[in-house]
Design a protein around this ligand. Structure first.
Ligand SMILES: Cc1cc2nc3c(=O)[nH]c(=O)nc-3n(C[C@H](O)[C@H](O)[C@H](O)COP(=O)(O)OP(=O)(O)OC[C@H]3O[C@@H](n4cnc5c(N)ncnc54)[C@H](O)[C@@H]3O)c2cc1C
Length: 341
């Protein structure tokens, strides 16, 4: 049986560095060890959660009263199939190492997702996205362990039901463990430059995938959106809220009152608003402090922990932000990171 730790502090496993202990903690290095750990928990009727890099997680101060399984499976394989290269990466592969490697090989499809922390296995969960790209654009299939049927299955992108920072996995978190993800990337393909801020930063520079990767990382660094051990904003979960999507009539009414409000039409006729813009206009400024937590000095959407704080403080600040935006604009902000309690 795998090494099972008890009362293991979870804070060091999260980028926020917050939260209490896991009642039990173990690492899964392959499907066999994962299956054994799940069976062990089931026999004891113990709840189970899956841990990647802990960069999209808020753990309660009381911790998690169950088994935390850390995904540590490694391995990347590459196969040419017609016009694309299929890259299969195991769940425990560090995400940015994969983007570094594929862009070095001149493969297009992941370049705008450079600098995002965490592991490959978590990327389908919230359909990770940034700078005009999301993993759903290139995912060819996701290999999962179905915890109900107790077998390994290959899911198609349609079965994953990807949406904006959303997927079937996020809505049904107890059913599947992601084992590996297959991305269909284009050799010597054109880089994606859809995002105005990225296009501006690339002016006068080549638009190959490597340059786009470097440019995205520079843009992210300026917003404290890469993990940097010397950055005072480093303890965060990235964006704490998703951009709200509202009916067109609501967006029109808000635009009439607030000139220059950023808005992006969605394929279903609704309109996506900029959560960061709403937060700042609601009077929550960058650098605001509430005890040991605060708003990043570089990015209004990131809640940061300054050390020595608690999850209770962080969630109180999150509620303060949500209340301010609701009071000013009548718009509800939804938390992006997953909460374990
Ligand atoms: C500085 C910073 C910048 C960020 N920028 C972005 C960004 O630009 N775009 C973006 O989309 N996100 C961003 N994020 C959020 C985060 O990095 C991503 O969501 C990332 O994919 C989370 O990966 P992780 O391995 O850390 O997942 P974790 O935080 O460990 O887990 C997140 C969720 O996924 C589940 N999970 C993890 N692995 C598996 C698995 N193998 N099978 C089943 N469930 C699993 C967990 O149970 C949990 O519910 C940022 C975070 C930080 C700290």
């Amino acid at each position: 049986m795998e090494d099972l730790g008890t009362r293991v502090p979870l804070a060091p496993y999260t980028t926020l560095e917050l939260g209490g202990p896991a009642a039990c903690f173990a690492s899964a290095h392959d499907v066999a060890s994962l299956t054994r750990l799940l069976a062990h928990a089931e026999e004891r009727e113990m709840p189970v959660v899956i841990l990647g890099g802990g960069s999209n997680l808020v753990v309660a101060d009381t911790g998690f009263d169950g088994l935390v399984i850390a995904m540590r499976m490694r391995g990347v394989t590459t196969t040419r199939q017609g016009d694309v290269v299929l890259v299969e990466a195991a769940a425990g592969e560090p995400w940015d190492e994969l983007v570094d490697r594929t862009t070095l090989e001149g493969l297009a499809g992941l370049e705008c997702l450079s600098g995002i922390p965490g592991l490959v296995g978590a990327t389908p969960i919230q359909n990770v996205g940034a700078y005009g790209q999301e993993v759903a654009d290139t995912i060819a299939s996701v290999r999962v362990l179905d915890r109900v049927e107790k077998r390994v299955v290959e899911l198609t992108p349609a079965q994953c039901e990807f949406g904006y920072r959303d997927s079937m996995f996020k809505r049904d978190p107890e059913r599947y463990v992601v084992l590996s993800v297959v991305f269909a990337l284009v050799p010597d393909g054109a880089a994606t430059v859809r995002y105005a801020e990225l296009a501006r930063a690339l002016e006068g520079r080549p638009r190959d995938v490597r340059t786009v990767r470097e440019t995205v990382i520079a843009l992210r660094r300026a917003k404290s959106m890469v993990i940097d051990p010397v950055d005072p904003n480093r303890r965060s979960a990235g964006s704490f809220f998703t951009n709200p999507i509202v009916d067109a009539s609501i967006a029109d009414a808000l635009s009439a009152q607030h000139e220059n409000m950023p808005r992006w039409p969605q394929p279903d006729g609704r309109v996506k608003l900029a959560a960061g813009w709403l937060i700042e206009r609601a009077g929550i400024t960058k650098g605001l402090r509430r005890g040991h937590v605060g708003i990043s000095t570089k990015h209004a959407l990131a809640l940061v922990h300054h050390g020595g704080g608690t999850t209770t403080e962080l969630l109180a600040l999150a509620s303060e932000v949500q209340d301010a935006v609701r009071a000013r604009f009548g718009v509800e902000l939804h938390r992006e990171p997953v909460l374990w309690r």
